[in-house]
Design a protein around this ligand. Sequence first.
Ligand code: B12
Length: 386
Amino acid sequence: MEPITLSPPDARKQLAAQVKMLAARNGLSVSAITSAEPFPELAGFMERHIEAGHVEGMDWFTVDRARFSTDVRNLHPHAKSVISVGLAYWSGPAEKPDDVPRGRISRYAWGRDYHRTLKRRLKGLQADLEELAGRSLDTRILVDTARIVERAVAARAGLGWYGKNANLIVPGHGSWVMLGELVTDLDIAPDIPSEKNCGKCTICIDNCPTHAIVEPYTIHAPHCISYLTIEERGPIPHELRPLMQDWVYGCDVCQEVCPYTGAAKVVDETDMQPASISNQFPCLHWLLRMTDEEFGQTYFGTPVPRTKRRGLARNAAIALGNIGTEADIPVLALTLREHDEPIVRGHAAWALGRLGAAAEIRACTQTESDEYVRQEIDLALTNPAR
Ligand code: B12
C-alpha cells in the first residue's frame, strides 16, 4: 500500500473510506468513526444511574469510573478519533432439538469469546492502518472495558442508534452486534449520528421477563436476567427466580422480541457458532452433575466461564424449578444431597419446593450442615411456591 499524506478535508474523508474498507477486510462486520471529543452529557446521566441503584452489585461501576469513561482522552491523551466497530452474530432462528430439559445460553456466548475475536481483528486493522499511514500509530484497542461507554461511542459514530432496551441497534443486524473500538491519533473524518429511534414501540419493555427495563433506555441491572445469571455470585432473590424461565447464561428476550432485531441478516460468523449443543441449549441434568473437567472442556474459550461451574449449575437448578416436571425430581434430590457447592444445593432445594417434592427436601434436613442451605430448605418446606 502507498503511504498517504494527510491534508484536510478531503484526505480525512478519504481516510475514513479506507478505514471502513480495511475494517471489513479484517472481518469487522460494521465500522464508523467519531472524534475523540468527550461526552460531557454522559457524566451526570451515569451518576444519576448509579445513585438510582441501577448498577448495584457491580462494585467496579463507581462514580469515578463512570466520570473517567466519559472522556476517551483520559485513557489515551493523544487520541484524535475513535473507530467504533461491530461483530455481527445473528445466525438464524434456533430451537431446542428434543424433549430433554434444556437451558438456554444467550447467543453472544455460543461460540468463541468475542473479546478475543474482536481484539484479533482490531489488531489486523491497526497493522493495515500503520501500513497505510506509513508510520507506527499511537492506538488503543478496547473491547468491553468499563473505561469507555461503548454504546455512547457507537451511537455518536452513527454505527447504530439506541433502542429502548438500551441496546445499540445497527441497521441490517439489529442489536446482534458486539462492539469494540480502535482509539487512534489519526485524524479521521467523523460520521454523523443516526436520527432513527424506536418511535412508539415498547415491545422490549412489555416482554422483559423480570421487568428490568424500568423506563425506556434504562435497565435496572440487579433485575436483568443477564446480570443475575452471569454477574451475581450469591443466591438469586427468591421473587426473581420464577421469572427467569430457562436462561442459564445471559438472556436475549429484549433482543429477540425487537422488530429491528427480528429483521437481522443471517451472517456466516464461524467464531460465534456453538461447538456443541451444550454451548447453546445445555441439558439441565448434565449442568447439575458437571465436573470441573467437563465444564472446562465444554466452555473454555467461550464467555461462559465468567459465571463459573457453580454459577451455571445454580442457574440450571432455577431453570429446572421453572420448566421441570416430576421426572426431574430425582436429579434435583441428588443435587441437594451431594453437590459440592452449597449455592447449588440451596437452589436445588428451591426447585424441589417448586416441583412439590417435600419428601425429598425433608430427607436432607438432618444431614445438611451448611447454614445457607438449611435456610433454603426451611423456606422450600414452609413456602414452596416462591
Ligand atoms: C455493565 C454492562 C452490562 C450490565 C448492565 C447493562 C446496562 N444496560 O446498564 C448487564 C450485566 C445487565 C449487561 C447485560 C447485557 N449486555 Co452488557 N455491558 C455492560 C458494559 C460493560 C457497560 C454498560 C454501561 O456502561 N451501562 C451503563 C448505562 C448507563 O450505559 P448503556 O448501557 O450504554 O446505556 C445507554 C443508553 O441507556 C443511553 N440512554 C440513556 N438514556 C437515554 C435516553 C434517550 C432518549 C436515548 C436516545 C438514549 C439514552 O445512554 C446510555 C449510555 O450510552 C458494556 C460494555 C461497555 N464498556 O460499554 C456491555 C454491553 C453494553 N453489553 C452488551 C451486551 C451484548 C449485553 C447483553 C445483550 C448480553 C446478554 N445477551 O445477556 C445484555 C443486554 C442487557 C440490556 N438490555 O442492556 C454489549 C451491547 C451491544 C449492543 N449492540 O448494544 C456491550 C456494549 C458489550 C460489547 N462489547 O459489545 N451488560
